[in-house]
Design a protein. Sequence first.
Length: 341
Amino acid sequence: MNPIPPVERFTSSSGVDIYRLPMLLFPNDFSGHAFVLDGAGPLTLVDTGSGIGRSNDDLAAGFAQIGERFGKSIALSDIERIIITHGHIDHFGGLPFVKTHTEAPVGIHELDRRVLTNYEERVIVATKALGIFFDRAGIPNPQRDSLFSMYGFAKRHVTSIDVDFSIADEQILDGMEFIHTPGHCPGQVCIRLGDILLSADHVLSRTTPHQSPESITHYMGLDHYADSLRKLLRFDGIRLALGSHEDAIHDLYGRIHAIRASHNRKLDRIRRIMRENGAPMNVSQISAAMYPDVEGYHVLLAIEEAGAHVEYLYQHGHLAIANLREFEAEPNPAILYQLNQ
Ligand SMILES: [Zn+2]
Ligand SMILES: [Zn+2]
């Protein structure tokens, strides 16, 4: 098991001490952070880890380290407010554990609130939408079943949980400025504290955050994501961005441009694949051509990623449906796309 890095402290120009607590979120080496904000009103915890594997233990160890490394005694039971940056398990799955230590109110953006409060309903609705997406993407049957079982796996660990308040775009709360940045998740928020931005999963230092089509969940999809990247560019004076995964980002604006360029390359690649193929293609075929070597859970991620980019190209008039008559006549046939010349 890889050792996780130590807790780090960053101080914003507005005088908030931000403690970054590293955690192993999924047993397969996927790590990330929770943050403790000292100096932005009530002592605030941002995100809780996944609650899976050693995530809760890592979170507790992180609190102990704040005392050991920085001489500031902060316990989980001292937390007075909890903010969830978005409704993904690796960010809110630790809430039941955290709630055994504190009665602090929990807040999340309205668009993700129902994910927490009505989790079972959310999984049913999302699974249904994913099935329609798979049909339209042309996923063949044995693969369809295995993708569904992967999709359902992590979700079995979670049950619904109460939320106490909603966060709104542009809301300022005790010096925390919330910026709604949908795309990666409908209710994704970044939090600005003076010259530091908690960029959650919206901007990461190494990975281009995962995209999934808006046809599965409203307010996701590449169009919203690109809008939200542009939105962040309007906030100048951010010296440091701290993502929920990976490293600190010292050039947020440069990183945003690099992520935009990466998506443009993917869009170009799809057009090239389709041009070279000649015949119309479905999303499953495009995904296999883009990501020929992926395995396991990454197959699902690849199909969603390809689907989000194909959706974007279609929405922006670069693609047309080649089998419109069949699409009209059948319940959910695979959609064949062709390039609009
Ligand atoms: Zn996420
Ligand atoms: Zn995440």
